[in-house]
Design a protein. Structure first.
Lengths: 390, 434
């Protein structure tokens, strides 16, 4: 009994002895990142993390972030949202209330960004989702922003591009009905295409379900419908299968896609079948110039592969964060005031030179920025083809 | 040398044994009061104490988020003993001392309470316990959201345990039931009380909302119960693996149907549910769920479930109406999963069909089998421990997904039916004086 008690007491004393005296509080700029490090899309989380690491490296090299003539140390806190809505909500709540971050970057996917945006808005904490294209993420939420364009814009860009480039009149669309992003985009494209070419000009509007691998019945239907091209707003693994199967069935027309094609895996899986195809995206890696090229080269050197659009958009989102904090002009150390100040500064950003294009923000939190049309060239690289601005 | 070592060992054993003996004399009431005291101490002096020992904030989840963080070890290792000290003195010490000191009066009080109707004394216990939880979670919104989701997990786990544990069928349809409940309850609140893009303007004044919310949850539960018929009817003729496949198919059907229903937003999901599911609401529903399910499984019908599990043919011969039993069990279990789904939707304030997939199923099944089959205690333990672990191990990042599965494997090896399996929850025994 005595020995046990002695043990506990001595442990307590030891703890007490090791405790440092109260340390002075310093203003540290904390940036929270809510990213899918595990779960369905870990590659997205990885790109986010790497971009954030590079950004932090730059800040550290400069000795901190200069705001109003004073340098502040910066801390980046990455929380995993397991690509689940409830986990994203928990993670952002932790970032805002426990870590007391000034601003949150992420979550990336809309199914996490929508509920997390609600939390951020309730806590009056600015949040930028680099990748979420669902209109509901920022809708009626003054504190929530995004760094990418929305689905309606991309649908319009692609419809106009195909019309101007090829002069086609009959379109086919093949998309995943069970996934939020392809479905939204497919509908937007259809709407815009029919606006240009009249009702009935989308001759085949075919769908499948996530994880399907055989598209021959849909593709046969598309071929029979007499469509001149196919719009496929799908992710890289499906793109490869769809393009190859379409070619096997003897479909000769072009196949065009959306920003979800923009992964290094697309060409790796698809091979020669994808050469010469077009898609719209946020930025083009091959033939990039200036800051974009510098970012790509540095990323490739450090992590061994060409960054995809998530990394680039996260980089831009962090750039916007930096600019907003600097534009705010003064950090008081009162986190609520500072958050408000940063949010107001963010909403006023005009002509921000990001690596994914020039961005201007408005009060609704969506940027006005250009889309890039990319051609997959004969070497399998994503080559800049054209820039389309709203 | 050897003898001293042995003595020390014996002494140590004596110490722990003595502590054990002291603990057994403490009634539940004293423990709850101890927890309340700890919560109050944290509320009153927690922040000052944390500052005194060099912590920037009150450690939010028993210090795990600080102690497990690599960065803390690298940059400010002093925070680790401070955190341990904080957790020890604010929680363990306060709870232990208060429970010990109050043991005798609490025993007398518990004896007095036993003379009253059971529901009064249970309500008193629950009231004190909730007050403690509320004060504890008041410290941080992160605690609130973790607590809410944990309570909801308890409901889902318990409802699945009715099928998988008590009735011995392997049902994989619970995410589907949750989805039905979540969508039905959300549809009710969205149609009647909010102006939103899917259903247009509110039909009823928003001030009525919180009062109608229980009704919305019940509607969610009923929709899930009707959906459960799809699984219950085939269960008359199939068992085991085959029923598991049918129930799995049901889950996918629900997911696909919702994905293709434009009315409820399709794969985009449904958002901006009103904020009705606050902590007291979730707590009350969880308690209600535990109470009802506990009574159900201890009733004659509940015993019939066990009979069906152990030998369906013998049960039938002994006049158990197996069809009715299965039907009731499935619908009852689905009802609570639906209510939990409705609460879930209003806590997250967004639902999409992707949430209720195979991942959710794996989570719920893990909680059931980790906690223990055929036991209400087990379900509570499983849901609470896996949920809290999931949050507390957050700083370990990817290693979290190694540690939790390894724990599951170990439990499955050494306690194949779960940590606390086949144990009745007897409220009267729980709150009696010791």
């Amino acid at each position: 009994m005595k020995k046990g008690l002695l043990f506990v007491v001595s442990l307590l004393v030891l703890c007490m002895a090791l405790v440092p005296m109260a340390s002075a509080k310093k203003v540290v700029i904390k940036v929270g990142i809510d990213a899918p490090m595990t779960g369905d899309i870990p590659k997205v989380g990885e790109g986010t993390k790497y971009a954030a690491e590079m950004w932090l490296e730059d800040i550290k090299k400069a000795g901190g972030l200069e705001v109003g003539g004073k340098k502040y140390p910066v801390e980046v806190i990455i929380e995993d949202n397991e690509s689940k809505a409830e986990s994203a909500v928990k993670a952002i709540t932790k970032l805002i209330t426990e870590d007391e971050v000034l601003i949150v970057v992420g979550p990336q996917a809309s199914s996490q960004a929508i509920p997390a945006g609600d939390v951020a808005n309730n806590w009056k904490t600015p949040m930028i989702s680099p990748w979420s294209t669902n209109p509901n993420t920022t809708k009626d939420r003054p504190y929530v922003f995004r760094a990418c364009f929305l689905d309606p814009f991309q649908g319009k860009v692609m419809a106009n591009f195909v019309k101007n480039e090829f002069g086609f009149t009959k379109a086919a669309v093949l998309y995943d009905v069970a996934s939020d992003y392809p479905k939204g985009l497919a509908e937007e494209f259809k709407k815009n295409w029919e606006k240009i070419n009249g009702p009935g000009s989308v001759v085949a509007f075919e769908s499948f379900t996530t994880k399907d691998t055989d598209f021959s019945s849909q593709l046969t239907k598309i071929k029979k419908s007499g469509a001149q091209f196919i719009f496929v707003p799908q992710y890289y693994n499906e793109v490869a299968l769809i393009v190859q199967q379409a070619h096997d069935l003897g479909f000769k027309g072009p196949i065009v896609g959306s920003d979800s094609w923009g992964s290094a895996e697309t060409v790796k899986l698809c091979g020669k079948d994808c050469y010469g195809l077009f898609f719209s995206t946020h930025y083009a890696a091959a033939g990039a110039k200036g800051a974009t090229k510098a970012f790509i080269d540095r990323y490739k050197k450090k992590y061994g592969y060409v960054p995809d659009d998530v990394a680039a958009l996260t980089w831009d989102a962090l750039g916007i964060v930096k600019k907003a904090i600097q534009d705010c002009g003064k950090l008081t150390g009162n986190i609520e005031k500072d958050r408000q100040c940063v949010r107001d500064a963010l909403a006023k950003i005009k002509n921000f030179e990001g690596i994914t294009g020039k961005m201007s923000f408005t009060e609704d939190g969506d940027p006005i920025k250009c889309a890039v049309i990319v051609k997959i060239n004969d070497k399998g690289e994503f080559e800049f083809y054209k820039s389309v601005c709203p | 040398m050897d003898t001293t070592k042995g003595d020390a060992l014996e002494n140590n054993v004596g110490f722990w044994k003595r502590i054990g003996r002291r603990i057994t004399g403490i009634p539940l009431l004293a423990w709850i009061l101890g927890i309340l005291a700890a919560a109050l101490v944290e509320q009153w002096v927690g922040y000052e104490f944390a500052e005194l020992i060099g912590l920037p904030k009150i450690p939010v989840l028993f210090g795990a988020l600080i102690v497990l963080k690599k960065k803390v070890w690298m940059q400010s290792p002093m925070m680790i003993p401070s955190t341990m000290l904080y957790v020890f003195s604010v929680y363990i010490l306060v709870i232990g001392v208060v429970a010990r000191v109050l043991a005798a009066p609490a025993n007398r009080a518990a004896g007095g309470l036993m003379k009253m109707p059971l529901w009064i004394s249970v309500l008193i216990h629950l009231g004190i316990f909730y007050t403690a939880l509320h004060i504890w979670s008041d410290i941080s919104a992160y605690r609130v959201i973790t607590l809410k989701l944990t309570l909801i997990a308890i409901m889902v786990t318990l409802s699945l345990n009715v099928i998988n544990g008590y009735m011995g069928e392997f049902s994989c349809s619970h995410p589907g039931f949750m989805a039905l409940g979540a969508y039905a309850a959300s549809a009710v609140t969205l149609i009647f009380f909010t102006n939103d893009r899917l259903f247009g303007a509110a039909v009823l004044p928003a001030s009525l909302g919180p009062f109608v919310f229980p009704l919305a949850l019940i509607i969610g539960g009923l929709v899930a119960a009707i959906g459960a018929l799809v699984v219950a009817i085939p269960s008359f003729r199939t068992r085991g693996d085959y029923l598991a496949i049918i129930s799995l198919a049901f889950m996918f059907i629900v997911k696909s149907v919702i994905e293709n229903l434009e009315v409820v937003g399709g794969p985009r999901g449904m958002g901006s549910q009103p904020n009705y599911a606050d902590l007291p609401t979730v707590f009350v529903w969880t308690v209600l769920c535990i109470w009802v399910i506990n009574n159900f499984v201890r009733s004659i019908l509940g015993k019939a479930l066990n009979a069906v599990r152990d030998d369906e043919m013998a049960a039938e011969a002994m006049t158990v109406n197996t069809r009715k039993t299965k039907m009731v069990a499935f619908m009852f279990s689905a009802f609570w999963a639906g209510v939990a789904g409705g609460l879930f939707a209003h806590v997250i304030r967004f639902v999409n069909p992707g949430t209720f997939g195979i991942q959710k199923l794996a989570e719920v099944l893990a909680m059931v089998y980790f906690g223990g089959l055929n036991s209400v205690y087990g379900s509570i333990l499983g849901a609470v421990s896996l949920n809290l672990l999931g949050e507390m191990l957050r700083p370990l990042e990817i290693f979290k997904w190694i540690i939790i599965p390894v724990m599951l494997i170990l439990v499955m090896i050494y306690r194949p039916t779960g940590l606390i399996a086949f144990k009745d929850l007897d409220v009267k025994k729980l709150i009696r004086p010791r």
